[in-house]
Design a protein around this ligand. Sequence first.
Ligand code: PHE
Length: 407
Amino acid sequence: MRDTTRRQTLSALSTLALTVLALVGCDKMRGGGSAAPASQPASTTAASAAPTGTGNILIGEYGSMTGSEATFGQSTHNGIMLAVEEFNAAGGLAGRQVELKSYDTQGKSQEAGTVVTRLITEDKVVAVLGEVASSLSLAGGRVAQQFGVPMISPSSTNPQVTQIGDMVFRVCFIDPYQGYVVAKFTSENLKRTRVAVLYDQGQAYSKGLKDDFRKAFEALGGQIVTEQAYTGGDQDFSAQLGNIKAASPEAIFVPGYYTDVGNIALQARKLGITATLLGGDGWDSPKLTEIGGAAIEDSYFSNHYSHEEQRPEVQSFVQKFQAKYGVVPDGLAAMGYDAARLLFDAMKRSPSLGGKDLAAAIAQTKAFAGVTGAITIDAERNARKPAVVLQVKGGKYAFAASIQPQQ
Ligand code: PHE
């Protein structure tokens, strides 16, 4: 993706260089002294569509295609692309095709703000899909809100994301619910009462989810025996794990992202900690088991879907995704697919592709048949959906339980 962008930039630059050279040449032939004014526009190669009318409709996507959360962006992108291809093959929007413009955030908040600004002001997209990580959706969402362009996060679960304003939506559940799901499973299914917490203090997602878990777990009669913090990318967790070992918990809740969680699992087992490891959706990556190996076996985490669910939406998606990419889709891919399809559905119902109309159409979405469940956008622009709990087994993620939203 970055290559494509770079290639486009390069070709635009070389066009500009050639134009300038040509103009300089002409000037020389005419005997003029000065070079061509820099204000001469190069030929425009931009193919982006106008928000309404004819031509392709440009949609933006921003995600971590590289860095320690790279599988989040890559899986989401694959899910979105499958939806785009299906929509276009079925005729698009009254014959107009959808085109996706994607940028890599590298997992960095600042980059998220920069690329969303570029998508809106330069590429002139009609809507934005992304990000996965809540801290990055917070940065990108503020930009989308400022410019009045609708954004749908496939999978950011921190409540603050959609609180930014009326342009920001999500198709997933939020963390107060996810915290309750893990707490209920820990207390009622696993029957553990003494739990330690180890969270990433640099991520809005991790900080929020550990508070939500604590609240729900204590309400169920559980006890948090110690709370320890790290910062994403840390390599040495021995101080925190030493404190946790001393508190002798029955389980450790680690609401982080997969690269750190894999490393934490390895180091915990090395220190002789045998307590069950628990987590949230941030664990969802094939890399978790690649990094964690035996150390992460028999752990549990909450997630948005399981490829083992028998619902027809799930089975048909898994089949199509596997045929196209040769791998079983993770939750991110399913959420990306759902976010894109929900956007296309709203585009069909919207009187125009202007930000206000499109946002109103997204807001009116009811019982949309998503892979990750029926999606109704509520008054806070969130979706209420069931969650699943997965168990790490033999390097794979097995369905362990499904937990419904509280009434
Ligand atoms: N929910 C996480 C966040 O808000 C992102 C995530 C979603 C990660 C789904 C993995 C799977 O930061």
